[in-house]
Design a protein around this ligand. Structure first.
Ligand SMILES: Cc1cc2nc3c(=O)[nH]c(=O)nc-3n(C[C@H](O)[C@H](O)[C@H](O)COP(=O)(O)OP(=O)(O)OC[C@H]3O[C@@H](n4cnc5c(N)ncnc54)[C@H](O)[C@@H]3O)c2cc1C
Length: 443
């Protein structure tokens, strides 16, 4: 019996992914005094931007406050696919049909671009193309998922199949859900391996990365910018901010900080399960996201040995072990078969949400570029908008996107401290429990 002792002897409060890809501790050589482009942040968005501009001949420096990939890009769940936190109807209402179709198509482009990049740069990412099961948390949510998918399919080809509750045991070993939607194009990868693949690609291209170098201020000058860091100042013609959910950790760009809601998210990994138990809970081997606003998600590890489970996004955790216990209770609620299973890892990362739940790419009044607000979907979207912002800096034909300068909303008096997060999450929890459809996302 597991009892109180729910942790393995080697239990860690770091991402499972770091077991295979330990965090690099690079040396900190002196900073160059001038480069063409400074990129702030070394996640998927920053590195993809750096790759594009460097390959076009610009001298580039990535400035990172901690170790390369310290942010969400080595901590996430690793789900890939089309993501937009908008029902197609709402997107159409806000932007009109034509632009909504373009935006939705681009969410697919982001997915295919990511896969192309992985292939072109010959990255080893432990990819699994087994599709995704979007699990409905209520009968109404099931109907809403189907309606949204059919609506999308009328305008953009969308590869989905509905799976009613009576058949869901083919996909998922639980009665917790009310059927769901299978997305065949979706999958999962090992996110830290993808990040390492990017680090290798930028190193081959000749990008400089200055780790442990927090940017403290950016000031406009006649011929570009002075980028002040804790290790000196770098002059740059162009500056790109790619700090997403970590934007408020440094006082660099108040304008962006006022538009990003940093949201903590948590995951646990189980000890290795027997093949029979894994088959019981995941007969289809697919990753699962549910249809709540406060979502639960899970996936098998790349070697199919462990279950990774996430929930309680937005909650506060002073002690990650306490959070691990809470997540485990939810995991067992969904999969009672895991009541005797121990945990080997718990970890946390920051998502960067925008107030309108859309990704944002643009340029501030001062002329600083940004790609941010990926709302928990930055694996494809950070890759895509990182590249797009690189093309904007180059001012070339590949820069075009329907997401350019959408208008980046904030709230009066908001300064980057999301004091409202817990009451808002509690409100969503209540609505989720009542079975309200939540967001009929297309991913
Ligand atoms: C638990 C969790 C699960 C997730 N699951 C998924 C998923 O399955 N699929 C998906 O698509 N997305 C997922 N996401 C979201 C995804 O991880 C992010 O959207 C993506 O990694 C963002 O990449 P980025 O490059 O924009 O930022 P990040 O990778 O967060 O990098 C930002 C970097 O900026 C640095 N920085 C901040 N301020 C400064 C400064 N002043 N000076 C220098 N450096 C600075 C930070 O140290 C950090 O390293 C998840 C996120 C979390 C937390």
């Amino acid at each position: 019996m597991v009892g109180e002792d729910i942790f393995t002897a080697d239990f860690k409060t770091d991402p499972l992914w770091w077991d295979d890809v330990p965090r690099p501790r690079p040396p900190a050589p002196p900073l160059p005094s001038r480069v063409d482009v400074v990129v702030v942040g070394s996640g998927y968005a920053g590195l993809n931007c750096a790759l594009v501009v460097t390959r076009a001949g610009r001298s580039t420096l990535v400035l990172e406050a901690a170790e390369p990939g310290y942010g969400a890009s080595t901590r996430l769940a690793g789900f890939i696919g089309r993501f937009l936190h908008y029902s197609f109807g709402k997107l159409t209402k806000r932007f009109g049909l034509q632009r909504a179709v373009r935006m939705f198509k681009e969410s697919g482009d982001a997915h295919w671009l990511l896969l192309e990049l992985i292939e072109r740069e010959q990255m080893e990412v432990g990819k699994l193309y087994r599709g995704r099961f979007t699990a409905a948390h209520s009968p109404q949510a099931y109907e809403a998922l189907a309606r949204n998918a059919e609506e999308i399919n009328r305008h953009v080809p969308f590869d989905f199949a509905m799976c009613p509750r009576s058949e869901q045991h083919r996909e998922i070993g639980t009665d917790y859900y009310h059927g769901g939607m299978i997305l065949h194009e979706h999958g999962t990868l090992q996110p830290a391996k993808y990040h390492q693949g990017l680090l290798d690609a930028v190193a081959r291209a000749g990008v400089g990365i200055a780790a442990m170098t927090p940017v403290t201020r950016i000031t406009r000058q006649a011929d570009g910018f002075a980028v002040l860091t804790e290790r000196g100042t770098v002059q740059a013609r162009d500056v790109v901010i790619a700090t997403n959910g970590y934007a408020n950790t440094q006082p660099t760009t108040p304008w962006i900080r006022r538009r990003i809601i940093p949201i903590p998210a948590y995951q646990i990994a189980t000890e290795p399960l027997s093949a029979a138990l894994m088959k019981q809970i995941k007969p289809g081997g697919r990753a699962v996201i549910d249809s709540k606003v406060n979502i639960y998600w899970d996936r098998p590890s790349p070697d199919d040995a462990r279950l990774i489970f996430g929930a309680r996004t937005g909650d506060k955790a002073d002690d990650l072990r306490v959070m691990a216990r809470r997540l485990r209770e939810l995991m067992v609620e969904v999969y009672p078969q895991l009541s005797e299973t121990r945990l080997s890892h718990v970890w946390q990362g920051m998502m960067g949400f925008s107030f309108d739940r859309l990704p944002h790419i643009g340029r501030t009044r001062d002329g600083v570029y940004y790609a941010t607000g990926f709302c928990g979907s930055g694996l494809p979207l950070g890759t895509y908008f990182g590249q797009k912002i690189g093309h904007r800096v180059l001012d070339d034909s590949q820069a075009e996107t329907a997401f350019w300068n959408l208008g980046f909303p904030t709230w009066p008096f908001y300064n980057g401290n999301p004091w409202f997060l817990r009451p808002v999450m509690a409100w969503h929890d209540r609505s989720d429990r009542r079975g309200r459809p939540g967001i009929a996302r297309a991913g």
